[in-house]
Each structure stands twice: as C-alpha cells, then as structure tokens.
Design a protein around this ligand. Structure first.
Ligand code: NAP
Length: 493
C-alpha cells in the first residue's frame, strides 16, 4: 500500500489474493489494511492537506504535476493495459486502444479544467457591499472504486479532487488493485507531495467501511453498486460527510420503426458487449418497434456470431471473461430467471469451451426475447453479456417502459426523425442520452446519474465543483460604523 509517501504492508500482515479471471489462477497478493493502516492513511492525508504543499499551490502548479502523470501513463500504455487486462479480463484491444488513451485524456482535461473554473461575477448585489465566490477544497476525500474500469475510475473520482487541492485516500476494488498501485508509483515519480495520494487495499466491507467512517475523511467519492452506495450514504450521515455516488445502470436502447437497422444492430452489439458486458452504461434492454423487431433480431444474431470470446490478451479477442466465478453464477441465475419469467432464449446462455482457459469465468453472449417488462432481466442490473429484447408499439410505451426502472444513467434512441429524437431526449429520465449511438462520453461532458444511479458528476467541469466547498466573501464598501440596515437592532436610537 502507499501511505504518506511510503510503501507498506498491512500492520497485521493480512493479505488478499488477486486472481486472473481468464485463468482462475492467483497472480498476486496485496495487503489487507488493518484498522491502524486505514487510520494512518486518513491522518496522513489530513496532515498533507493542512501542510498546504498541494492544497495551497496554484491550479497551474498542480496541473503541471498531473500532466506529468498523464505523460508517464501514456509512455507506459502497453504495460499498464496488459496489467489491466490481466486483472479485469477486458480485451487487450480495449485496454490498450481505448481505456488507457481515454484515461490519459481524462487526466489532461481535468488538470487543465481546474485552471478555468467559472462562477458568478464578483459585484455589488447589494448597494453597500461587494460579493465574491471562492471555491475551496473540501479536505480529504475517501475514494472507493469498482473493478470494471480499475484505473479509469480512480482517475474519474480522485483526479478532480486532486486538481482542486484535496488530498485523497483511494481504496480500489479487491479484484483489481494492481493498476491503482502502479498509479501510486507514477504519482510518486511525477512529484505529488507525500500524503496527498494514498492507496490502501482490502475488503470493502471492512476497509471501505472504516475509511468512510473515519473522522479525518471529509468526503466520500464512490463508484460502484447502488446497494453499496446506499450503505455509504448511511455511513456518511453520522458526520454529515458529503457523499458523491456514481452507481449502477440499466440502459434502454430504443429502436424506432424508421431507424437504420444496420447501424442500430452494429451499435447494439458494441453497446451490449463493451467491457465484456460489465459497463454501467451497457445497453441492456432493447425496445424495438414491433414492425422491425424480427429484422432487428435477425441482424443482431448474425452480428453476434462474429464476436470472438476468448483469451483477453489475444489482440483478435472481442470479449473476455467475467470478473469472477461467483459473478458468472449470478449472471447465469438471471438468464435462468429470464426464461422462467416468460423469456425465450434466442442465443447463448452457455459457457464457451476454451483450450487452456477451462478455469476462466467465460460466458457466451446471450439474447433473450421477452414481453415481460417486470422480469428481473429487464428491471435489475445483470452486468454481463445479456441482451433483453422487448417489442413496443407506440412512442409512449417505449418511453414509459424505458423509464420504468430504478436506474437512470444512460439511454439511447435510434431514429432518423429529428422530432422523435428530440422528444425522447426530453422524456428519458437518464443522465446521458445518445442519439444513434451508445457509450461515448468525451472528457468535457458530465457522466451523471438520475434516480438510483446516484448523484454528482464525473468528468466535465461539474466534476471539479463536486470536490469544493463554496464560500461567499462580502466586503463592506461604506467604511462606516452604523450601516444602513443596523436599524433592525438600533431601531429608534
Ligand atoms: P461494488 O460491489 O459496489 O464495489 C465497489 C467498491 O466498493 C469496491 O472497492 C468494494 O470493495 C467497495 N465496497 C464493497 N462493500 C463496501 C462497503 N460495505 N463499504 C465500503 N466499500 C465497500 O461494485 P463493483 O461490483 O465493484 O462494481 C460494479 C458496479 O459499479 C455496478 O453496479 C456498476 O454499474 C457500477 N459502476 C458505476 C459507474 C458509474 O459511473 N455510475 C461506473 C463503473 C461501475 P471490494 O472490492 O473489496 O468488495
């Protein structure tokens, strides 16, 4: 672990194993932080915050260091991508060609954006005083991240906090801590002062909870499941910590009758399978107009046949394994229930036979046709390569069913009609709506949830404001002793 600028083991020598999901074998062991370690990390971060070696330097100076981090990450793209693939099972094509370059771009954007924050103009909002707004760092942010985009999620949550002058303690997911630990080495090399960026590892139920409850932690920034997000809201409530939550999703993918079906099915395959079907934005519910449903399904199945499931380190592989054996069991449970609850299995539902990778956690892409809007596969986040296809007959039905889940992260509409698309953009209760596309989010735009997908924003300038207190400063302009409004107390005198 990396605490106060030093590399350390757990004080009670406990460890957790890291498993390669493609092979099922242990590839590393990392410390499992003791209560003492958690407290030390939070305390060191607090000390570094008040020392001011990071919190009091200019945004430009902080940006210079963060841009160095981006450069080192870029120089080490292949090596980091390989490690990311080893721990998460995502294809090397994705980790080296997309995740790493995008994450580097995220860092560069965040570093620069902190230099051009905007706000209300300083001015006389009452006659005798000048008001100004300051944005100040909150203090120490406890960052808890998921396993699906190990490095990217640390950047999305810890870097806006750092860019605004906060210190952070990061607890990565136990499945995937290795690239976060590599990032700590990069931060050290780039010159981030000691105590400003700390990484502790260990199980969320203990280490994560202790971090969230620690008195030196001023804010929690969490990306992960809605269930754990709710628990963190509870933990934060005893000291009224600010809690920023980026949670689960259940994206609808609406195909209207006039859609370009070739483009829609091309996007459907990628939208459903990117990151092995373990992306919070994955398209999961395909609402297809009844007049084009058969053609859509036909094209979708044809295109899915070309997807190669296999060794994620092979550059020709399209999708790799799920994160763990228990997660695969959970996804298979959904497939079983989807069929029991009225669905028809059109494709998949099985495990591929891969030579040399028999112990990996692979699952074939699966398509289920259902008309049951209340089925578990339609309502709940599966987090696997499972497509649920549902028919609709009217615009209102498509929108109502799309909105009929507790989540509200991403949604897409596929149509050539500008009026339909603009109406849908207005009517869908999701933080991102794509038109004739699904997944992309540029660094400049916010990634934010509605409803139980959380609150707060990643990326964009909004993510920077998230990690600040807002301070109003008022300057008296009269220089007088008895200001005009003091009559309220001095009344008749
Ligand atoms: P998770 O089970 O909620 O775990 C996320 C993190 O929380 C891990 O570091 C975990 O530690 C920790 N944790 C678990 N229980 C905790 C507790 N009681 N107190 C404090 N921390 C605790 O989520 P996941 O399975 O890693 O990730 C998948 C989920 O993340 C999906 O729901 C997905 O939609 C969501 N996600 C959302 C976004 C977004 O931007 N909205 C992005 C990516 C992922 P351990 O690993 O040790 O259990």
């Amino acid at each position: 672990m990396f605490v106060n600028g030093e590399w350390k083991d757990s004080s009670d020598e406990q460890k957790i194993s890291v498993i390669n999901p493609a092979t099922g074998s242990i590839i590393a062991e990392v410390p499992s932080a003791s209560s003492e370690d958690v407290a030390l990390a939070a305390e060191s971060a607090k000390e570094s915050f008040f020392e001011g070696t990071w919190s009091r330097i200019s945004p430009g100076e902080r940006a210079t260091v963060l841009l160095k981090v981006a450069q080192i990450m870029e120089d080490r793209t292949q090596e980091l991508a390989k490690l990311e693939t080893q721990i998460s099972g995502k294809s090397i094509k994705q980790s080296s060609g997309y995740d790493l370059p995008y994450t580097v771009d995220n860092v560069r954007f965040i570093a620069g954006a902190a230099r051009i924050l905007e706000g209300k103009a300083m001015g006389e909002y009452v006659q005798d005083g000048t008001s100004a707004i300051r944005r100040e760092p909150i203090g120490v942010v406890g960052v808890i991240t998921p396993w699906n985009y190990p490095l990217m999620m640390v950047v999305w949550r810890a870097f806006p906090a750092l860019a605004m002058g906060n210190s952070v303690v990061v607890k990565p997911a136990s499945y995937t801590p290795l690239t976060t630990l590599e990032l700590a080495k990069i931060m050290e090399k780039a010159g981030v002062p000691k105590g400003v960026f700390n990484v502790i590892t260990g199980p969320g139920g203990k280490v994560g909870e202790e971090l969230a409850g620690n008195k030196n932690i001023d804010m929690i920034a969490f990306t992960g499941s809605t269930e754990v997000g709710k628990r963190l809201s509870e933990l934060g409530s005893s000291t009224l910590k600010k809690v920023s939550l980026e949670l689960g999703g259940k994206a609808p993918f609406i195909v209207f009758r006039d859609a370009d079906l070739d483009a829609a099915t091309e996007g459907a395959v990628v939208g459903g399978l990117v990151n092995n079907g373990q992306d919070c934005a994955n398209a999961t519910r395909y609402y297809v107009h009844e007049s084009v449903k058969d053609k859509f399904v036909d094209l979708l199945l044809k295109k899915l046949k070309k997807v190669k499931v296999g060794d994620p380190t092979d550059p020709s592989t399209d999708i790799g394994p799920l994160i763990s054996s228990s997660h695969r069991d959970r996804v298979e449970g959904y497939i079983e229930r989807g069929v029991k609850q009225g669905g028809k299995l059109l494709e998949g539902g099985s495990r591929p036979k891969l030579k040399g990778m028999e112990n990996g956690f692979f699952l074939n892409p699966t398509v289920i046709y259902t008309e049951n809007q209340k089925s578990d596969i339609v309502q709940e986040e599966i987090f696997g390569p499972v497509f649920s296809v549902l028919p609709f007959s009217t615009y209102d039905e498509a929108i109502a069913n799309s909105n009929d889940v507790v989540y509200g992260l991403g949604a897409s509409v596929w149509t050539k009609d500008v009026t339909t698309s603009m109406r849908a953009v207005r009517d869908l209760r999701f933080g991102t709506v794509w038109v004739n596309e699904h997944i992309p989010v540029p660094s400049e735009m916010p990634w934010a949830g509605y409803k139980q997908s959380g609150h707060g924003a990643s990326l964009s300038p909004y993510s920077l404001e998230e990690f600040t207190y807002i301070k109003h400063v008022y300057f008296d302009l009269t220089g007088g002793v008895r200001k005009s409004w003091y009559y309220q107390i001095y009344g008749g005198q």
